[in-house]
Design a binder for this molecule. Structure first.
Ligand code: PMP
Length: 425
């Protein structure tokens, strides 16, 4: 641990020390010790195409030679315009305006500001958001407020604005039970919206998979019904696709997979294939027009120094090209996960094996489910010994490999996972 660095999540005395990484290539990291470990989680879900992909590296290098950065207020440039066009062409037709910022939390922060001020600009005061239990939307204040009151936000609870939470509709192997649960949640939302719909600025959800709270997976039809409700009651629907975007659910975006047209979508993480921090909040023309006015007070006052950084946009364009190349890989990964999971399904320490697109997850049966529990620390240690980078979320083990992963590498991951589980029993 370097004495001049405050590493995230390492203050608890039980937290393991960070391992020093010397280099990374494809799906593999090389540690200072010389060990090679396979990045099973695409380094916090960002390295879509693996590490150091030469095409993205080259695009950044070429861009750096003629325009590395420029203020994005009062100026524009080709990489930002081209990336915006490409993103919009892949997103549902309702989404046409791209607002640039620099990380997932800020993409959410911008979405909340857009939604709130959208109503204010029309003379309405709507200050309540509806969000979902278990949600994680980032660690800035607005993003924490719409996140579940969890480890990440509880220290700041008195500073967070009021949000109403409803249960997240977790898919169930019993389809009838899942439908009944979803219906009960939708009825609860419908009741809130019909009693006092003019209080709600918007509904924010991680579509199909709630990430940080443990890869909790839902179903398409809930999202379609949620869209109908939001439209019927005239409130905004925000999809936080910071994790689910760019192929993670097996389609380009969760919203395209489930055929829903949200009013606002937040994207980051995979947007540059893991090379540079960048994010976008994409909204409908209707929302954009509510800010385009003769009154300067109706402007959205938000702009970061590195907004639309040309290197980030160039990386984004190269990453999108690789997405096209990797489309079969991210489309077919669900079936491959299912095959491997079937072999683990009877394991006595596992329950609730699940998969959505490129994301596979399973719960380890334990009486110590905490984030920094001995079990999760133990698994991290054992995974390094197996040549794997795994980072359990409490007792939830999950995989989110890069799309460059080969069949042999995927088999290597599942073999290592089996060994770790056997060591635990
Ligand atoms: N939203 C979701 C759904 C996320 O998973 C994350 C990150 N885990 C964020 C927002 C925040 O993104 P960032 O860490 O880039 O700020």
């Amino acid at each position: 641990m370097h004495p001049n660095i405050w590493y995230p999540y390492t203050q608890a005395k039980t937290a393991p020390e960070p391992l020093k990484v010397k280099a990374a290539q494809g799906a593999w990291l090389e540690l200072e010790t010389g060990e090679r470990i396979l990045d099973c989680i695409s380094s916090w879900w960002v390295n879509l195409h693996g590490h150091a992909h030469p095409k993205i590296a080259e695009a950044i290098f070429q861009q750096a030679k003629h325009l590395e950065h420029v203020i994005f207020a009062g100026f524009t440039h080709d990489p930002a315009e081209q990336l915006a066009e490409k993103l919009v062409s892949r997103l549902p037709s309702s989404l046409s305006r791209v607002f640039y910022s620099d990380n997932g939390s800020t993409a959410v922060e911008v979405a909340l500001k857009m939604a709130y001020q959208y109503w204010t600009n029309q003379g309405q005061s709507r200050s309540t958001f509806l969000a979902f239990e278990g949600a994680y939307h980032g660690d800035t204040f607005g993003a924490m407020a719409v996140g579940a009151r969890s480890l990440f936000s509880q220290a700041f609870a008195p500073l967070l604005f009021e949000v109403e939470f409803v249960p997240y509709p977790i898919a169930h192997s019993d389809a009838a039970l899942a439908t009944a649960t979803e219906q009960a949640i939708l009825d609860g939302i419908a009741q809130k919206l019909s009693e006092s719909g003019d209080r709600y600025a918007g509904i924010i959800i991680e579509p199909l998979v709630q990430g940080a709270s443990g890869m909790r997976m839902g179903r398409s039809q809930f999202l379609q019904q949620l869209q109908e409700l939001a439209h019927a009651h005239n409130t905004l629907l925000i999809f936080d696709e910071v994790m689910t975007g760019f192929g993670r659910t097996g389609d380009w975006f969760a919203c395209t997979k489930v055929n829903v047209q949200p009013d606002i979508v937040c994207l980051s993480k995979g947007i540059t294939g893991g090379f540079l921090p960048l994010s976008v909040t994409v909204c409908s023309e209707v929302i954009y027009n509510a800010f385009y006015s003769d009154d300067p007070l109706q402007t959205l006052y938000h702009g970061h120094s590195y907004a639309a950084n040309p290197l980030g946009c160039a990386a984004g364009l190269a990453s999108l090209e690789l997405m096209v190349e990797h489309e079969p890989a991210f489309q077919q990964m669900e079936a491959k996960h299912r095959q491997h999971l079937a072999a683990l399904s009877d394991h006595p320490r596992l329950t609730n094996l699940r998969v959505t697109g490129t994301i596979a997850a399973m719960d380890i049966i334990t009486d110590q489910p905490g984030y920094l529990s001995q079990l999760s620390i133990d698994i991290r240690h054992r995974s390094i010994a197996q040549g794997l980078l795994l980072r359990p979320l409490g007792n939830v083990l999950y995989l989110m490999p890069p799309y460059c992963i080969t069949d042999d590498e995927l088999a290597f991951i599942y073999r290592g996972l089996g060994n770790i589980l056997n060591e635990l029993t």
